[in-house]
Design a protein around this ligand. Structure first.
Ligand code: HEM
Length: 419
């Protein structure tokens, strides 16, 4: 880890606008200019300490030193995350809520998700063969929205599929600073929360019967540590947290499809390399391509780390994208090499596309296993079940936009089913 002493301060009144304008470039460029993996800046009118790398992630996920209450930017809660959900909880309240989430993602339920995704892919592929061209990103939004909502146990009427899918996509696309995307995300969240509040009420009153292992049933009947059910709005936020984040996978799947095109040897290996290769490929897509830029916490107390004095309440930002590409942990970090995961040491802090540390004890993503499973399923489907042409198109991605993806959305033509 590269630590300059004294820890450099960015010369700025406030860098919020620069962050929103520069997107995924912002943190790496400041680290390189200031020649340090730890530096001070100002964001949203407050001092913030930015840290990057494996050791930094270990600090960030040390609950004795960091907390989440009040750390997430308010606008993010209005659109992407929701208010009152487990992202902002600490200590026992967080662990109790986390157990609720982890009880949803049992091996059987992961198999259910795999089946749902495969069914949707098969349905879609039957349509693709009759279409001129297919924009893969849009198709994946449909596949994931329907699979996610069905998986969560939500009664989804055919005529509502389009609206609910659009809302979910808008919520995920809402972070990153565009006012119009943010507004759409807020509206979409309000509409989804209202919808799932109705479902939760019906389950609680016994008017709607759902299987007990579905997310909708689990959230509706969950009891907090005081023995009470979740307030209706919090329950809606948490139920949404059980299926909305799956939509983020559409971005990674599109990057992955582009990677298969740009590195054709990977397609053969996905076909012939069994379970091991598809997993390595999915991991490298999650490491290499940008999706989550950073996470925020607050120092729980005064303490010193690498000779830097953290003050209680200071905002601490972990550079997620930079940690996944940090040269201390990754050889040739700027190259796409799935095989690097063959003998990877499984550090919980060097590879943090969905957070770091422990899934059960900390804030690491509850849906990480599901994400990897779905990614592998889709990449295998592309490699094994269909053939397609990839016409001339712009596969570059804009690092200033958050979230970002290949500009064309990955267009496929002449899709055929194999066999
Ligand atoms: C590409 C897909 C996904 C990405 C990039 C992603 C990313 C993340 C990140 C960065 C965090 C925060 C970690 C932290 O606070 O330190 C998180 C937390 C979380 N994710 Fe995901 N996620 C994805 C998919 C999913 C899925 C499919 C689910 C649901 C099944 C899910 C449910 C959650 C929940 C409930 C949390 C809160 C965990 C906590 O605060 O304890 N995520 N995710």
């Amino acid at each position: 880890m590269n630590v300059k002493t004294p820890v450099p301060k960015e010369k700025t009144l406030d860098s919020t606008l620069a962050l929103l304008k520069e997107g995924f470039h912002f943190l790496p460029s400041r680290r390189s200019e200031l020649e340090s993996d730890i530096f001070e800046t100002r964001l949203v009118g407050q001092k913030a300490v930015v840290i990057c790398g494996e050791k930094a992630a270990e600090l960030f996920y040390d609950e004795a030193l960091m907390k989440r209450d009040g750390a997430a930017p308010k606008p993010l809660e209005k659109s992407l995350l929701g208010e009152g959900g487990l992202h902002g909880l600490d200590d026992e309240a967080h662990k109790h809520r986390k157990r609720m989430f982890l009880s949803m993602v049992t091996p059987e339920r992961l198999e259910d998700m795999k089946r749902l995704v495969r069914d949707e892919l098969n349905r879609k592929a039957d349509e693709w063969v009759n279409r001129d061209h297919v924009v893969f990103f849009e198709e994946m939004n449909d596949v994931l929205a329907v699979s996610g909502m069905r998986w969560a146990g939500l009664p989804l009427e055919d005529q509502d599929v389009k609206q609910r899918t659009r809302e979910l996509a808008e919520m995920v696309d809402s972070f990153g600073g565009s006012l119009s995307r943010f507004r759409k995300g807020v509206k979409a969240r309000q509409s989804q929360e209202k919808w799932v509040e109705g479902i939760i009420k019906a389950v609680r009153k016994g008017e709607m019967k759902l299987p007990e292992n579905t997310a909708a049933y689990i959230v509706a009947t969950h009891r907090e540590m005081d023995g009470k059910q979740l307030p209706l709005q919090t329950a809606a936020v948490e139920l949404n947290n059980s299926y909305r984040p799956l939509m983020a996978t559409a971005y990674l799947l599109t990057f992955g499809a582009a990677a298969m095109h740009e590195h054709p040897d990977t397609v053969k290996k996905i076909r012939s390399g069994g379970e091991e290769y598809s997993k390595m490929f999915a991991q490298e897509v999650r490491r290499y391509y940008p999706f989550v830029p950073a996470m925020a916490a607050k120092a729980r107390k005064d303490f010193s780390w690498n000779d830097y004095k953290f003050k209680k309440g200071t905002k601490v930002i972990l550079d997620i994208y930079g940690t996944n590409r940090h040269p201390d942990s990754w050889e040739n970090p700027e190259s796409f090499i799935p095989e690097r995961f063959k003998n990877w040491n499984e550090s919980p802090f060097s590879f943090v596309p969905q957070g770091g540390g422990d899934h059960h004890m900390g804030h690491r993503c509850a849906g990480e296993w599901m994400t990897v499973l779905v990614m592998r399923e889709v990449f295998k489907f592309l490699a094994e079940e269909v053939t397609y042409d990839v016409p001339e198109q712009d596969l570059s991605y804009d690092m200033h936009r958050m979230p970002t993806l290949p500009k064309s959305g990955f267009v496929m033509t002449n899709v055929k089913r194999k066999g």
